[in-house]
Ligand binder design. Structure first.
Ligand code: KIV
Ligand code: ZN
Length: 512
């Protein structure tokens, strides 16, 4: 507590609950990139995955545990010894490991899912926490579906978990059923009626089925919760989880009222949101609070006038405070490396020296095509390198022929990483279809195109096109993003990025 303001721990579960949502899957490389970014954002806990759910999940948790030094890294487990063993193995290299065990406490879950009595649930929760505590000093216990459980029973299970050595007790609104006043009341009741409550921290984990996840999380904070569980962009099962950026900014902007804040570096929020959009292929709605395209746009004349006279007339926070730069360009084709690197620094975009070289080369090409390169273009360039798979196939050149009276034909020449070139021409239903068919012929695979979206990086006719694609192959999904001044080229780049992620994941290529 500083100056009467409580610190609330931020437990990010983008890589576990978020990733679990249909359409939000990420591969290991993407998860590592997101984990790095979450650490930079300053989250207290990164829930890296559910190690017992698959060998791939165990490996990604292990990889994340190996690189994250500042945040706690958590692995989720059912209340079973085999799950806890998997988490223990995955977290062995973590600087600050946490084992997160859960078991449902609601009558509905106990009767229909677990087929267990209250006594059996209380006993199993106790044993699981005790077992986990044998390997890890930081154990969190979650009473799944707590908001539909008997509060007295939750207190009983929690008291057992405290005796068994849990450090954090989590109260989930698993199905997004609670109302804010009610949920705050539940948190307060549990804190006041659980024997040993003073020894532990209380956490909340809220889903958004009624659109109340953030409101419920804040009500819980007001009722004394010490930790909030949330995801970037609010991704997660069904309607999602509580959105990290919304909770964090509500606490920052209204700490006068809520008497609580977090340690998050809010200037990293927008960049982290964009990265999650890029690796999942799931865009945020334009009017989404904090990170949506329109969150800081003032269209109406009255608002524009007010903001010009004084920003606080219609702005309760600045776009800069969440990492959205409003600067319009200073860089062009004559700008040197120095100016470019300064700009990267100013935008908080840190990249290693080798990547910086590549981005600078791309910047020069872009500056040649586009008169003004603005900050959003630079962000887009940097994003293109984040979490990108090594290029098995690189675009050499392309051409399309199309028109309303004729079909489309698409020619493409790709360079393989072994240095050879391949060229194909195909007919298709439009330019994109024909060129994607040509690519498929070269790679010898026909992945299913599950998502194809095209948009603009900035407004105006000089904006670059941004394409997102998701392809499915062998029951796995791969995302790709492409940016170019030409929308066909951005579509090709996006498809190739997804193809390269797929190729990199192929057993014969892994580890090359
Ligand atoms: O929603 C939920 O209850 C969960 C638990 C596993 C914490 O995700
Ligand atoms: Zn959940």
């Amino acid at each position: 507590m500083t100056g009467g303001i409580r610190n609330i721990a931020v437990f990010d579960t983008t890589l576990r609950d978020g990733e679990q949502a249909p359409g939000c899957s990420m591969n290991s490389r993407e998860k590592l990139e997101v984990a790095r970014r979450l650490e930079k954002l300053g989250v207290d806990v990164i829930e890296a995955g559910f190690p017992a759910s698959s060998p791939g999940d165990l490996e990604s948790v292990r990889a994340i545990a190996g690189i994250i030094k500042d945040s706690v890294v958590a692995g989720l487990c059912r209340s079973r010894e085999s799950d806890i063993d998997a988490a223990r193995e995955a977290l062995a290299g973590a600087a600050h490991p946490r084992i997160h065990v859960f078991l449902a406490t609601s009558p509905i879950h106990m009767q229909y899912k677990l087929k267990m009595t209250e006594d059996q649930v209380a006993e199993q929760a106790f044993s699981a926490v005790k077992y986990a505590r044998g390997f890890c000093s930081d154990v969190e216990f979650s009473a799944e579906d707590a908001s539909r459980s008997d509060p007295g029973f939750v207190c009983r299970v929690f008291a057992g978990a405290i005796k068994a050595g849990a450090a954090v007790l989590n109260i989930p609104d698993t199905v997004g059923y609670a109302m804010p006043g009610e949920f705050g009341g539940l948190v307060r009741y549990i804190r006041e009626h659980t024997p040993g409550a003073e020894k532990v921290k209380f956490s909340v984990h809220v889903h958004n089925d009624l659109g109340l996840a953030v409101a419920n999380s804040l009500a819980a904070v007001s009722a004394g919760a010490d930790q909030v569980e949330c995801t970037i962009n609010g991704i997660g099962e069904r309607a999602g989880n509580a959105s990290l950026e919304e909770i964090v900014m509500a606490l920052r902007v209204r700490k006068d009222y809520l008497k609580a804040d977090t340690r998050i570096d809010t200037t990293q929020l927008y960049g982290t949101s964009r990265l999650v959009t890029q690796v999942t292929g799931v865009k945020v709605q334009p009017n989404k609070a904090i990170v949506g395209e329109n969150a800081f746009a003032h269209e109406s004349g009255i608002h524009q006038h007010g903001v010009m006279a004084n920003r606080t007339t219609y702005e309760i926070m600045t776009s800069e405070s969440v990492g959205i730069s409003t600067n319009i360009m200073v860089l062009g084709k004559h700008s040197g490396r120095h100016a470019f690197e300064d700009r990267l620094k100013l935008l908080g975009l840190s990249v290693d020296a080798e990547t910086r070289e590549k981005i600078f080369a791309e910047f020069k090409l872009l500056a040649d095509k586009k008169k003004v390169v603005n900050d959003r273009d630079i962000e887009a360039l940097v994003m293109g390198f984040a979490a990108a798979a090594p290029e098995t196939w690189k675009l050499d050149h392309w051409a399309v022929n199309t028109g309303s009276a004729l079909g489309a034909s698409g020619t493409i020449r790709l360079r393989h990483r072994d240095g050879t070139f391949q060229k194909r021409i195909s007919l298709g239903d439009g330019p994109i279809d024909s060129i994607y068919k040509s690519i498929n012929q070269i790679i010898g695979k026909e992945p299913e195109l599950e998502l194809y979206e095209i948009g603009a990086i900035t407004g105006g006719s000089s904006s670059q096109g941004e394409t997102m694609v998701k392809i499915a192959w062998d029951d796995k999904r791969y995302n790709g993003r492409g940016v170019s001044t030409d929308i066909i080229e951005s579509s090709i780049k996006a498809y190739l990025a997804a193809v390269n992620a797929m190729e990199w994941d192929a057993p014969e290529n892994r580890g090359l």
